[in-house]
Write a protein that binds this ligand. Structure first.
Ligand code: AMP
Ligand code: MG
Length: 404
């Protein structure tokens, strides 16, 4: 049985970025990863520009407060000055407008008094270059503004638009096929008959896939029948980069998934991980290198298995440089005392107080308990054996939301 770290290393050994494709820069590309460096085609700003509403002046004219200058022109944003500023002159200027030749400072209007066609400068300390954003300060034509590997976040959309991009080479979102198994399962729109339960893993794993940066495709329920299970998994392998099969991976008579995968030529790299919840956890690769995960049927186990092993794989396929999961030590907000036979990833919530973030374990009854897990935004990592830790003790925490 593999330790969590070794199992993750094995998964990552087989996970490679997908082939980049041109992505149109609509919001549907939000969260994709750039596959190339992007250079600017222009200087930004393209000209020395005013950072305040006020007057463009020669700083040398304004060494004492109270000097009066002749206002020769008015330049709003979007217009260009038609004449230079000479000695004793000023141009009325607005934020975003180009600085006229001759001027080397902007005096904000709050530090002026307008008297007819003249302006009195009340600012006693006019510094050369003040309130001017010099041409090319943000970026220079031909120089890189975004590196390959950058996540296309909202600010990146703005940067890409400012350098004239409407499409960029990016890693596609990995396609994730989702299959659930079990004769007992019915879908959410059906009232379970005796012996039946509703399928909660399918919708949950699809949503986790979206959060991880994948494109989910729900393929349905595979009954505990070899032929049905085989054809659904074969379809999943065909249409996906990653296939998730929830349930049926344990050692019971009706747990068909491992043997069906072998029939389909899948190489199984591991079948169990020393983790709680979720010991039966299978990872394999198809002959074409598709990644196959057999997750435990119990919903909380499936959830944790996804976050620990599937999400990092999806991230690597999607071009992210850091697979995660992001783990950091945080202080406990209450004492913990329990004994576990395996390293345990316990649902928990993060809480902020004046001292920073703390982690609070949630009341939770174990692998089938999705209601108890639901508020979790973290998993508290408890080592195997007996653990007694007071409030304030720092323990490792897996972050479930956020950028990693
Ligand atoms: P299995 O791994 O197939 O032995 O399933 C373990 C437990 O998880 C059983 O109690 C199943 O009924 C339950 N289970 C399996 N698949 C699902 C599912 N899609 N949604 C909810 N519970 C499930
Ligand atoms: Mg089953």
């Amino acid at each position: 049985m593999l330790e969590v770290a070794d199992a993750l290393a094995e998964v990552l050994k087989h996970a490679h970025p997908l082939k980049p494709e041109y992505a149109a820069l609509t919001t549907a590309a939000m969260g994709q990863v750039l596959a190339v460096d992007i250079a600017s085609d222009i200087d930004s700003p393209p000209f020395d520009k005013a950072l305040r509403d006020g007057y463009a002046v020669r700083a040398a004219d304004c060494v004492t407060a109270g000097v009066e200058l002749r206002v020769i022109e008015e330049v709003p944003a979007g217009k260009v000055p038609t004449q230079p500023v000479g000695p004793g002159e000023a141009i009325r200027i607005f934020t975003g407008a180009p600085i006229p030749a001759g001027a080397d400072a902007v005096v904000m209007q709050e530090h002026t008094q307008r008297i007819g066609d003249r302006v009195r400068i009340t600012d006693p300390q006019v510094q050369p270059r003040q309130h001017i954003y010099a041409q090319g300060t943000e970026m220079k034509a031909g120089t890189p503004v975004l590196a390959a590997g950058t996540v296309i976040n909202p600010a990146a959309f703005g940067v890409l638009a400012s350098v004239g991009k409407t499409a960029v080479p990016a890693y596609p979102f990995p396609r994730v096929g989702i299959i659930v198994t079990g004769d007992e399962l019915v879908e959410a729109n059906t009232k379970p008959k005796p012996g039946q339960i509703r399928n909660s893993n399918g919708p949950m794993l699809a949503a986790q896939t979206v959060r991880a940066g994948g494109l989910p495709r729900y393929l349905g329920i595979a009954r505990d029948d070899r032929t049905i299970t085989r054809s659904l998994i074969a379809e999943g392998i065909d249409v996906s980069d990653v296939v998730l099969i929830a349930g049926g991976v344990s050692v019971g008579d009706h747990d068909l998934v491992p043997s069906v995968l072998q029939e389909l030529g899948v190489t199984i790299h591991f079948r169990q991980v020393r983790v709680k919840p979720g010991k039966p956890l299978l990872f394999g690769t198809s002959p074409k290198g598709k990644l196959i995960f057999g997750l435990p049927g119990n919903p909380a186990s499936s959830y944790v298995g996804f976050e620990l092993f599937v999400r990092p794989a999806i991230r690597i396929l999607g071009g992210h440089q850091q697979p995660g999961p992001r783990i950091m030590p945080l202080p406990l907000s209450e004492a913990v005392a329990e004994t576990n036979d395996r390293p345990t990833y316990r649902p928990a919530v993060l809480e902020a107080d004046a001292t920073g973030w703390n982690v609070r374990p949630l009341p939770w009854t174990g692998a089938p308990d999705l209601v108890g897990l639901q508020p979790a935004d973290a998993l508290l990592v408890l080592p195997a054996g007996e653990i007694r830790a007071d409030a304030g003790t720092r323990l490792e925490v897996v972050l479930l939301s956020g950028t990693l």
